[in-house]
Design a protein around this ligand. Sequence first.
Ligand code: ZN
Length: 158
Amino acid sequence: MRTPKFSKRPKAIPLLEWLLSQCSEPDENGCRVWERHLNRGQAVLTNSTHGTHAVPRIIWMELHGAISDTIKIRRKCRKGSCCEPSHFYQWTPLTKVAKPGYRHGEASPRSKLKDADILEIRSRLHRGHLRKSVAIDYSVDVGTVADIQQGRTWKHLL
Ligand SMILES: [Zn+2]
């Protein structure tokens, strides 16, 4: 995606400089708050041709070049109106898995089930056992069993 053009911006000023000039001075946390339009608390720029764009994304692309649509720009400060470039980081759904402390499968502290149980559950369902009876045997929810059967959870054992 190319950086959209915004007509309200005076052409003589570079986009990045103009965007940052639309923000407040840094506050005590170093956050520079977007002083134009917010959409659900997020800093956005709206343009009739290009639609609505998240300001951090535009700033990021001005600084680092184009990024894929699957990458999101998040803020360390978690403040939706903040446009301070040093607070931004790239986030993809995979970042969640890679984060220390995030575990899935039997390593998850919330899991009652072990890898071997999952294999046995899938095998029993495959042989025609009812979800409800499997759920009772393993003291889990019927929904949990359905998720296991349909591969929404425990994907690494599929
Ligand atoms: Zn911030």
